[in-house]
Design a protein around this ligand. Structure first.
Ligand SMILES: [Zn+2]
Length: 398
């Protein structure tokens, strides 16, 4: 029996265990900064199914390894441990942390973003071990902390697990993805001088500068990528330093969400907004544009300042990583696997920015992410585990 036939048979035989693991992951809440129990669960499962080693790093990422026999390339299968809030639990068809199986899908918060993909990646290693397949290169399977709040975990992984390539498991309906737009959150600060609103001439009201700035935003130059499409920008949150309506504010803070393409650096984006702001300031107001920085603490107690900047990336159409992945999946899944872009940003941007070429492959429908209809079809889970095992075989070959 060929390695691939063996893996296909084993994928079917492991389905019940894979689903059970996915359910236990959903039952283990893991909001950003609270991933300890989920990390322990993943680490224990990796050891249970025969990984050569499994550990957590300084920031709490969980990493398992299946060591290669030598001479091959290394590969990282990458997902994250955290999930977004379940919101109002009464809006869910089933309790969001129950992991209910209904009509062939596992339901719950994190089912496809991203505990289903995590389970499938962990079980790819299980299938390879059960099949007795020896990989030429090292296979790392990593669950990163804090993806949903800036990607601190994968930024750390990209420094410590320097693989030759990575497969990011965010949902693709088991298709391939070769890039996405990035996201930068910018903060525009305008400072004037506060005063009583009955004597506005005594102060400097920053609202007039903001008005001119907002009026010019529609004319800011946006770049376009032939694969990713056009950049977008949207002013979102707005705050003043006052809570009374009879006071002229001294400070304004506007947040801008900018979806980026690789051709446009955060520095250039900041500079173009700063130029618009400089031209918009009135009456002696001052202003500054910067990329938002957030301070995060991990469950292990590590603290980091993380810029709210998720890089965009594109892997070229003819790139060998993509070609080999397509052919490995075609052989394993018995069908042609389309290659598209993700509409949202992922940790893949951090990995590519750090020099680790990455592609996307994962079970689940990306349109269900962060909704109360979140679920992952069991057939896709099992197929994804097989797909990851096939990708590991091909992408660790010399
Ligand atoms: Zn995700």
């Amino acid at each position: 029996m060929s390695d691939m036939d063996m893996l296909k048979r084993l994928a079917g035989e492991h389905e019940a265990r894979l689903v059970g693991f996915c359910q236990r992951l959903i039952q283990t809440r893991s909001m950003p900064g609270e991933e300890r129990d989920a990390a322990r669960l993943v680490q224990a499962e990796m050891k249970d199914v025969g990984y050569d080693d499994a550990w957590t790093d300084a920031v709490g990422n969980v990493i398992g390894v299946i060591r290669g026999s030598g001479g091959g390339r290394s590969l990282m299968l990458n997902t994250h441990l955290d999930h977004v809030s379940a919101g109002d639990e009464r809006g869910w068809p089933f309790p969001p942390f129950e992991g209910r199986v209904h009509e062939g899908s596992v339901w719950g918060r994190g089912a496809m973003d991203i505990k289903g993909p995590t389970a499938a990646q962990v079980y790819a290693g299980a299938l390879l071990k059960a099949a007795g397949v020896s990989l030429p290169g090292d296979l790392y399977v990593a669950g990163a902390v804090q993806e949903d709040v800036g990607g601190l975990g994968s930024i750390e992984l990209a420094k410590t697990v320097r693989t030759d390539a990575a497969v990011v498991g965010e949902a693709t309906n088991n298709e391939l993805r070769r890039g996405h737009r990035g996201r930068i959150e910018l903060i525009v600060r305008i400072g004037g001088r506060s005063c009583h609103a009955s004597m506005p001439e005594k102060g400097i009201n920053p609202h007039y500068s903001l008005g001119a700035f907002l009026g010019g935003l529609r004319d800011v130059e946006l770049m376009e990528d032939s694969f990713l499409g056009r950049e977008t920008l949207a002013p979102t949150l707005l705050f003043t330093d006052q809570t009374s309506a009879n006071v002229v504010p001294g400070k304004l803070r506007l947040h801008i969400d900018w979806r980026t393409v690789p051709q446009h650096s955060p520095e250039e984006i900041c500079a173009s907004l700063q130029a618009l702001l400089d031209a918009s300031l009135q009456d002696g107001a001052e202003g500054e544009v910067s990329v938002k920085e957030e301070h995060h603490r991990t469950y292990t107690g590590e603290e980091r300042d993380v810029p709210a900047a998720f890089p965009s990336f594109v892997i070229d159409e003819g790139d060998p990583l993509l070609e080999q992945s397509k052919s490995a999946l075609r052989e394993a899944l018995g069908r042609e696997v389309p290659v598209r872009r993700w509409e949202f940003a992922t940790d893949g941007g951090h990995l590519v920015a750090a020099g680790i070429p990455s592609i996307g492959f994962g079970p689940g429908d990306e349109a269900l992410a962060h909704t109360n209809q979140e679920r992952v079809p069991i057939a896709q889970l099992t197929e994804a585990a097989l797909g990851y095992a096939a990708l590991a075989l091909r992408l660790t070959a010399p």
